[in-house]
Design a protein around this ligand. Structure first.
Ligand SMILES: Cc1cc2nc3c(=O)[nH]c(=O)nc-3n(C[C@H](O)[C@H](O)[C@H](O)COP(=O)(O)OP(=O)(O)OC[C@H]3O[C@@H](n4cnc5c(N)ncnc54)[C@H](O)[C@@H]3O)c2cc1C
Length: 290
């Protein structure tokens, strides 16, 4: 049974931040509750104060322009990201990722901010946002700061959120010309959390050489993992099949995956090789077509 708590439903972001600043570590925010209620039921979290932010509709938005890039409010539900025409047009990888995240019911209630702040290394969005070079805007009473997507998760289910802070916005820059991005995860059934997942972004120069690459892995460490050594395998080279294989092999050496009922660490490392190669190949095709 869930431990008793005092419940607040602030009407504005200011009010929510003021409650958070007042109760600090003793308070937890709840958005869609899709993860929060599970950890509260398991008594992994027993907050004295629960601040329900689901009603903060000013943080429910998707905005895009070529200069600023994409801005997603933290309270935006997964389903809105999946179905957004502007995201489908400019950041198709995000829409594809959302289409395989959980069930429609969970996507209709769970928020992007809740997913990122839950900081599950098996979560899909963080991995894709790392590949897209996203930044997260964190707000506290009277203050704001920006954190890079690949630095936000600090440990298993731990995020870089100071007492009194909340995630307000996800900021995704407009990709450089000739950039392709892709994400796939190994699912037992559609919508499952990935046994492993890989997100890859590749930018080509005018001679089709790899100018920049980002590789991120889900469920391969205690945090969504950026595979920096594997990125270096591709950067500055004309990518061929051998290099894609090598990038997968190097990424597997960077992974420190768990062993559980879904697969051993050894199996997951093998799957990293397969998925990094497969996803990088797709990202490369998209970069050539972009
Ligand atoms: C059946 C099922 C299947 C799932 N499958 C997948 C999957 O395939 N891939 C995947 O990535 N995820 C999956 N999930 C996880 C799901 O995506 C998350 O549970 C959901 O997105 C969390 O959002 P929420 O709004 O419900 O967050 P909540 O559960 O309300 O909150 C989660 C955590 O984030 C904190 N929080 C929420 N919003 C903020 C904020 N703005 N600022 C600061 N802290 C905040 C809360 O305090 C809490 O610690 C699945 C979940 C379920 C129930």
């Amino acid at each position: 049974m869930i431990a008793a708590f005092e419940y607040f439903a602030p009407k504005t972001v200011k009010e929510a931040l003021s409650l958070l600043s007042k109760y600090k570590e003793e308070a937890k925010m709840i958005a869609g509750g899709q993860s929060m209620l599970v950890v509260m039921r398991q008594r992994l979290l027993t907050p004295e104060y629960v601040i329900d932010i689901k009603g903060l509709t000013t943080l429910e938005y998707i905005k895009y322009d070529d200069k600023q890039g994409l801005r997603i409010g933290a309270l935006t539900i997964h389903r809105d990201i999946e179905k957004s025409p502007v995201i489908q047009k400019h950041f198709g990888v995000l829409s594809e990722m959302e289409g395989n995240l959980a069930t429609i019911q969970t996507r209709n209630w769970g928020t992007i901010g809740g997913n990122l702040c839950h900081s599950d290394p098996a979560g899909d969005p963080a991995t894709v946002f790392i590949a897209l070079k996203a930044k997260f805007k964190l707000a506290s009473s009277g203050k704001e700061r920006i954190v890079e997507a690949d630095e936000f998760s600090t440990d298993y289910l731990e995020a870089d959120l100071k007492p009194g802070e909340m995630l307000a916005e996800i900021q995704v820059p407009t990709p450089a010309p000739h950039t392709g991005t892709a994400y796939e995860k190994l699912m037992v059934m559609k919508g499952d959390m990935g046994v492993v997942g890989a997100a890859v972004s590749i930018t080509l120069d005018s001679k089709d050489s790899c100018q920049d690459a980002r590789i991120a892995l889900s469920n391969c460490s205690s945090v969504p993992l950026r595979a920096k050594k594997a990125e270096k395998v591709l950067i500055g080279k004309t990518i061929n099949d051998g290099l894609l294989t090598k990038a997968g092999e190097v990424a597997a050496t960077e992974a420190t995956p768990p062993s559980d009922v879904h697969g051993s660490a050894e199996y997951r490392r093998e799957m990293v090789k397969v998925f990094v190669k497969r996803v990088a190949k797709l990202a490369l095709e998209r970069a050539k077509a972009a």
